[in-house]
Each structure stands twice: as structure tokens, then as C-alpha cells.
Ligand binder design. Structure first.
Ligand code: FAD
Ligand code: DHB
Length: 393
């Protein structure tokens, strides 16, 4: 039997960042992760960090490589009707975003945690959580063939959408809100220079396409695909042809093709559970909410939850007051629903939903309106760079 103050389930960005921030404030945690370290470090996911996320990573002491290697983007492009219209984030919202892969964020956090002797247990199987409603939370798991028991004050459920923490809450105590989109994203990573300096989101009659990057020599591209699309139906050549067909001509011409080093399909959904806490269990990041990737918000929203939870735990251990902890869910959800709304809106604006020409005309009218309205551009810019952080209610 082991004891810790906070048991953290999941070593994705949420779990690692929470554990690191708690450590810097003298709060002990144990992180249990189902996968191996190399598996977690290799997962290719998000690429865009809001300034608020960058600042939190600095606060966590993992900002140095990020500061050096990130690409700062002052704007992004909206492709439609053959043109590439620039949204000037810096001018409209006073902030930029940083391109720095989630793989790098995870690696930096993992290195920092292990350097300070963190209790990080990889390949922890059969994790269960009990006693969360009675003030004596216990986490049980197996590791290396042996059963273990971890006693703690609080459990942070940072175990993603498919994790067990959300399922540990009685069904009657939690409500889920969901929208599943009738398509997915097929993503390709390739060691070729990016087509553009800034990210481009393209609306096209053939379906959505997007140009992103990880560095000046590594590109990340996505195209909308069917939900049940098979990866093996997409040779590199077919992907490049389809990508270029969906981009404005000037962008398509600038695409450098090359062999893919990763190719994957992600389904798109919006999902939120309320509340995000039950007794001494707190759900964080993808365990509590999913957004479609169109606004690059998933990772940033997870970091925003961590910000609220670590401050609440610090207050609890410093002063004995559980006031911020009690308001964790309420505080987080105010931001979450605004981000869910933005991601849903941006997804609806940019994707092909069916062959309904009326719906496509409405999208084009919305985009045309955007190009002529400073108010509409400011709205998209301030959401994209990240909304201000709420104070607890
Ligand atoms: P996760 O990263 O999911 O981490 C959860 C961790 O918990 C994992 O390491 C998992 O192995 C572990 N775990 C799960 N179950 C258990 C268990 N029972 N016991 C112990 N450990 C467990 N966001 C963007 O902004 N842009 C993108 O392009 C983008 N692409 C994405 C592509 C995919 C395929 C996915 C799944 C997500 C993508 N996201 C993207 C979302 C973004 O990556 C997530 O929002 C972010 O990873 C959330 O971090 P997290 O730590 O909350 O959850
Ligand atoms: C990336 C992913 C996104 O969802 C997005 O909106 C922007 C960039 C990326 O993987 O680079």
C-alpha cells in the first residue's frame, strides 16, 4: 500500500502538466499510465498552442525548448472560392499562437517530471478508482504482474476520452452532451517544407483540407474523409492529389510532396460531461470533453482545466479551504462551452456535410461576410488565440 496526496490517472499532457505544477508547489502525486513511455511520446496529435498555454508551460518550468523551437504565427489563412484570406491574429486580437507539437510538449513534461524523481508508473493495467464519494479514495492497479493499492486525498482523472475515471462516476450523477460529425480527418506527417508560412483551413466542394506544420522542414496536412474511411485506401500519391485539389491554387502549387512518416484517421466529435467532479474525483481534459480539431482547441482546453485544478489544490493544501475545488467544474465549464461552441461553428463553416448546394452557399456567404466585416474577423481571431481566463464564480 502506498499513499500520495493526488493520484493522477493518465500521463497525457493533462496528467503530466498537473503533476509537474503540483510538484512545484510541494504537493505530492503519483501518475499511473496504461501505455509505455515510448508509446505516449510517439502519439502524433495537436500542434497549436495558445499564448495562455505557453505561459502555463513556462510556469511549469518546461518553457525553454518551447521558446527556442516554436514557430510564432501572427495569423492564419481561410481558403475558399479559390482565394486564401488571411485572419490577422496579432492585429485583431493582440496575440499570436505557437506551433509546437503535442509530442514535444509531452516529451518536455516527461523529462522534467522524471528529472525531479516523479512517481510515474507506465504500463499500469486494470486501474480502478473507489471510495471517491466517501473521502477515502483508493486506486488499485496491476503492474509487473503484481496488484497495488494507492491511497490518496484526491483523484485527477486525466485518462482521456476512453479512460476509466469518467465511468467510475455513477451514471445518475453525470450528464453527457454529444455531437458526432459524419466525417473524420485523415492526417499525414511528412518531412517536406510547409506549403505556407501560416496554417491554412480550406473550405472546398470536395471537402475540407488543411495545411499545418511542425517545423520549417516538417509538414502536417489533413483532409476531411468519411467516418468509416480505410487508411489502406489512401496511398501517399492519392492523398497529395486530393489535398491539392482542395486548396486554393496558390497554396496547392506550393505543396511539396514526399513520403509520409505517419498517416492516421481521427473521428470528429463534440462531447462534454457535467459536472466534471464527483466527491474527490476531478475529470480533466479529454476525460471530460472532446472538441473537433478544427480550431486546434483540444490540448489548450485540457491545459485550461489543469490551470484551474492545480490552483484549487494549492489553495486547499495551503489554507485548508476547499472553496476553489468545489467550484472546479463550474469554473471550467464556462470556458469549455464557449470553446465547444467555437469548434462546432468553425467545423460547420469549413466542412462538407452533404451534397446540399444550399448549405454550401450558406457557408460561402458566411465566409464572404467574414472577409468584409472587421467585427466577424475579430470574433474568429479572439476565439482562435484563446479567450481570457475566467475568475472562479
Ligand atoms: P490524452 O492525451 O488522451 O491522455 C490520456 C492518457 O491517459 C493517455 O496517455 C492514455 O494512455 C491514458 N489512459 C487512458 N486510459 C487509462 C487507464 N485506464 N489507466 C491509465 N491510463 C490511461 N487536438 C488539437 O488541438 N489538434 C489536433 O490536431 C488534435 N488531433 C488529435 C488526434 C487524435 C487521434 C486524438 C485522440 C486527439 C487529438 N487532439 C487534437 C486532441 C488533443 O490531442 C487532446 O485534447 C489532448 O491529448 C488531451 O490531453 P489529455 O491529457 O487530456 O488526454
Ligand atoms: C493542427 C491541428 C489542428 O486541429 C489545427 O486546428 C491546427 C493545426 C496540427 O496538427 O498542426
Amino acid at each position: 500500500m502506498t499513499r500520495t496526496q493526488v493520484a493522477i490517472i493518465g500521463a497525457g499532457p493533462s496528467g503530466l502538466l498537473l503533476s509537474q505544477l503540483l510538484h512545484l508547489h510541494g504537493i505530492d502525486s503519483v501518475v499511473l499510465e496504461r501505455q509505455s513511455r515510448s508509446y505516449v511520446e510517439a502519439r502524433i496529435r495537436a500542434g497549436v498552442l495558445e499564448q495562455g498555454t505557453v505561459e502555463l508551460l513556462h510556469k511549469a518550468g518546461v518553457g525553454e525548448r518551447l521558446q527556442r523551437e516554436r514557430l510564432v504565427h501572427d495569423g492564419f489563412g481561410l481558403g475558399f472560392g479559390g482565394r486564401n484570406f488571411r485572419i490577422d491574429l496579432k492585429r485583431l486580437a493582440g496575440q499570436s499562437v505557437s506551433v509546437y507539437g503535442q509530442t514535444e510538449v509531452t516529451k518536455d513534461l516527461m523529462d522534467a517530471r522524471l528529472a525531479s524523481g516523479a512517481k510515474l508508473i507506465f504500463e499500469a493495467a486494470d486501474v480502478t478508482v473507489s471510495g471517491i464519494d466517501g473521502g477515502r479514495p483508493t486506486v488499485r492497479y496491476t503492474h509487473g504482474g503484481a496488484s497495488h493499492e494507492l491511497h490518496c486525498d484526491y483523484v485527477a482523472g486525466c485518462d482521456g476520452y476512453h479512460g476509466i475515471c469518467r465511468q467510475s462516476v455513477p451514471a445518475a450523477a453525470i450528464q453527457a452532451f454529444e455531437r458526432v460529425y459524419p466525417f473524420g480527418w485523415l492526417g499525414v506527417l511528412a518531412d517536406v517544407p510547409p506549403a505556407t508560412h501560416e496554417i491554412v483551413y480550406s473550405n472546398h466542394a470536395r471537402g475540407f483540407a488543411m495545411c499545418s506544420m511542425r517545423s520549417l522542414t516538417r509538414s502536417r496536412y489533413y483532409i476531411q474523409c468519411a467516418s468509416d474511411e480505410r487508411l489502406d485506401a489512401w496511398s501517399d500519391a492519392r492523398f497529395w492529389d486530393e489535398l491539392r485539389a482542395r486548396l486554393p491554387a496558390e497554396v496547392a502549387e506550393a505543396v511539396t510532396t514526399g513520403p509520409s512518416i505517419e498517416k492516421s484517421i481521427a473521428p470528429l466529435r463534440s462531447f462534454v460531461v457535467e459536472p466534471m467532479q464527483f466527491g474527490s474525483l476531478f475529470l480533466v481534459g479529454d476525460a471530460a470533453h472532446i472538441v473537433p480539431p478544427t480550431g486546434a482547441k483540444g490540448l489548450n482546453l485540457a491545459a485550461a482545466d489543469v490551470r484551474v485544478l492545480y490552483q484549487a489544490l494549492v489553495e486547499r493544501y495551503r489554507t485548508g479551504s476547499g472553496e476553489l475545488l468545489e467550484r472546479y467544474s463550474e469554473t471550467c465549464l464556462r470556458r469549455i462551452w464557449k470553446v465547444v461552441r467555437f469548434s462546432w461553428w468553425f467545423t460547420s463553416l469549413m466542412h462538407k456535410f452533404d451534397d446540399d448546394p444550399f448549405a454550401h452557399r450558406i457557408q460561402l456567404a458566411d465566409l464572404d461576410y467574414l472577409t468584409g466585416s472587421a467585427a466577424a474577423q475579430t470574433s474568429i481571431a479572439e476565439n482562435y488565440v484563446g479567450l481570457p481566463f475566467e475568475r472562479p464564480l
